[in-house]
Design a protein around this ligand. Structure first.
Ligand code: SF4
Length: 470
């Protein structure tokens, strides 16, 4: 059995019962709400999904043009645009912006891309305090944990665990009341918002025609992150573009419903640029960092459809493997079916280390059925399995001594010619084998082994060349 499945299996086996129960309960609930909301609000939700898929696919196929258009629109709005080819470059850009302004404190809202680049750890190493302000991400940060879901980072925790963490960090006395726990986090984070120099957010969408950043949250923390800070940094993957502002109603209709079963998330913000002169609040400058980090290669591969993903989490909520194993079993930022495709492609460890993830699926197809952009996840998983198999076979053949000898003979013209001459000895070999090997004898009983006539094509070609006077 594949190594990865054993790994996920053993991870699931060791998963504490209360963690499994939290993951299973929350993901099941979200899936049910998703079905109910989409079915009650739209006559043909499937048509919406297919339309959204076409818009995103079109965007990907013209990504070079839309990125340039987005850059020009953002610059027109007064934002500064940066391009980062990998995590290191993106993190270094954030650090440089902060250091140039003498900034030491950052508040950040939820951003999977900054998880991907491990921004917080990078900034901490450089003496910058970066505080997560999304409630789930905040709990993950104080616990030294990692998110296990792209929409609900602490889906693997229950309120008792959160209460113990808050008590340990001195946020307040132990309580299991969600309202009191939220109030504690709010009090703690308010002080951080006011003290911060820089706010950092991700982006759910960037519209190429208007250069607007669209952000959806349920807690309003992204608004706070930019209300009191002078500098706003947006870190976003290059695939988050949509061509037009008028495409947003389609995507926003699908995103909230697919993610949490909400018709719309509580806060939806459209950020056009830094604050206009005369306005009382808002960041004075805005920087947008577009991150590639392997996405160009994904775009050039036969798995490019995965870049349509709008990070709703519906595929993991419905996935029977995710529900049993939880997000940490996937060993990278993106868990569940989307992660089983995306992680092996963009993880810095490279494909071989995570090539097992595509095998952790029954290919039941539920992930594609719920995906708001109709990504053919099962097909992509099969393609990656095939790729894993080919790479393994290639590696095995390179490492096999017999193939090594064959490769040196076949790639050296001198050795090849000598081999052809010596090949005539093959005509006698089967007779020798017949004498000593009964299996070879049986094989030849019904077959004629043609005599080896190596090199005749070369002599024939030489003759022809001579005749032609070459
Ligand atoms: S692959 Fe589809 S269902 Fe999964 S997170 Fe992305 S958009 Fe949502």
């Amino acid at each position: 059995m594949a190594k990865s499945i054993q790994e996920i299996d053993s991870f699931a086996e060791k998963l504490p019962d209360d963690t499994r129960a939290s993951v299973h309960h929350a993901s099941k609930l979200k899936t049910e709400k998703r079905f109910a909301t989409l079915a009650s609000d739209f006559e043909e939700p499937d048509t919406l999904r297919k339309t959204a898929a076409r818009v995103k696919q079109h965007t990907l196929e013209h990504l070079d043009e839309y990125l340039l258009q987005a850059e020009a629109s953002l610059q027109r709005n007064g934002a500064t645009v940066h391009w980062a080819s990998d995590s290191e470059e993106a993190n270094a850009t954030v650090l440089r912006i902060m250091q140039q302004r003498g900034a030491k404190k950052m508040v950040k809202s939820k951003s999977m891309v900054s998880e991907e680049t491990e921004l917080v750890a990078y900034l901490e190493k450089n003496d910058i305090e970066a505080v997560e302000t999304d409630l789930g991400e905040f709990v993950v940060q104080i616990d030294g944990d990692h998110p296990s879901h792209i929409v609900t980072p602490i889906i693997h925790k229950n309120r008792k665990q959160v209460a113990r963490s808050f008590e340990r960090e001195g946020l307040g006395a132990y309580t299991e009341s969600p309202e009191e726990l939220t109030a504690m986090a709010r009090r703690h984070l308010r002080a951080k918002y006011l003290a911060a120099d820089v706010g950092l957010t991700g982006a759910n969408f960037v519209t190429a025609d208007t250069g607007r950043i669209t952000l959806v949250t349920n807690e309003g923390n992204a608004r706070f992150s930019m209300a009191a800070t002078k500098t706003l940094i947006v870190m976003v993957g290059i695939e988050k573009l949509v061509p037009r502002q008028s495409d947003l109603p389609l995507f926003l209709s699908l995103l909230g419903r697919s993610a949490t079963g909400q018709a719309l998330t509580v806060y939806t913000q459209f950020i056009g640029g830094p604050k206009l002169s005369g306005l009382p609040e808002g960041p004075e400058e805005m920087h947008v960092i577009f991150l590639d980090n392997g996405r160009s290669e994904v775009l050039a591969s036969d798995c490019r459809e995965i870049l349509r993903c709008i990070r709703c989490g519906a595929c993991m909520n419905i996935c029977p493997v995710y529900r049993q194993a939880s997000g940490h079993a996937y060993r990278f930022v993106y868990p569940g079916p989307v992660g089983a495709v995306l992680s092996p492609l963009i993880n810095p460890q490279g494909f071989p280390q995570l090539a097992d993830l595509p095998k952790a699926s029954s290919l039941c197809g539920a992930c594609q059925e719920v995906c708001p952009v109709d990504i053919p996840i099962p097909d992509l998983l099969v393609r990656l399995r095939r790729r894993g198999k080919l790479e393994k076979a290639e590696k095995a053949s390179i490492n096999t001594p017999g193939f090594g000898v064959w490769a040196s003979g076949a790639t050296s013209p001198g050795m090849w010619r000598a081999g052809l001459k010596m090949g005539h000895a093959m005509n006698y070999l089967p007779r020798v084998l017949l004498d000593v090997n009964p299996a070879a004898h049986a094989w030849q009983e019904h077959r004629d082994l043609p005599p080896f006539d190596g090199g005749s094509f070369r002599s024939w070609l030489k003759e022809k060349d001579k005749e032609a006077g070459k």
